[in-house]
Design a protein. Structure first.
Length: 102
């Protein structure tokens, strides 16, 4: 026979689990968006500083060296940031899966 008390308890637990998962999801995405925003801001500031430096250079060799160093540093920072954000996505997925939402 159908037991309304059990059904009510089960649906309440399911709702609580869904709310926990949604909360973890939104908090995780907010942290990722904040990280991406900070990286973009820093990268933009570094680009402006680089343009200011390179416009003041008087020789082609010095400009080439500045540009080479800037590109190398930019790629290293980009890959480090991409790795960090990838790890944040993985942690988010683990967090949601550990709560039994999916």
């Amino acid at each position: 026979m159908f037991n309304f008390a059990d059904a009510n308890k089960t649906s309440k637990e399911a709702l609580e689990t869904a709310v926990k998962g949604y909360s973890a999801w939104t908090n995780g995405l907010q942290a990722i968006a904040t990280e991406a925003t900070e990286y973009s801001k820093t990268s933009f500031q570094q680009s402006i500083a680089h343009v200011q430096k390179i416009t003041g250079v008087r020789s082609v060799e010095a400009a080439f060296e500045l540009q080479t160093n800037y590109v190398k540093a930019s790629f290293e920072e980009f890959f480090a940031e991409a790795t960090k954000i990838g790890e944040m996505y993985a942690d988010l997925a683990k967090s949601i899966l550990s709560q039994g939402v999916v």
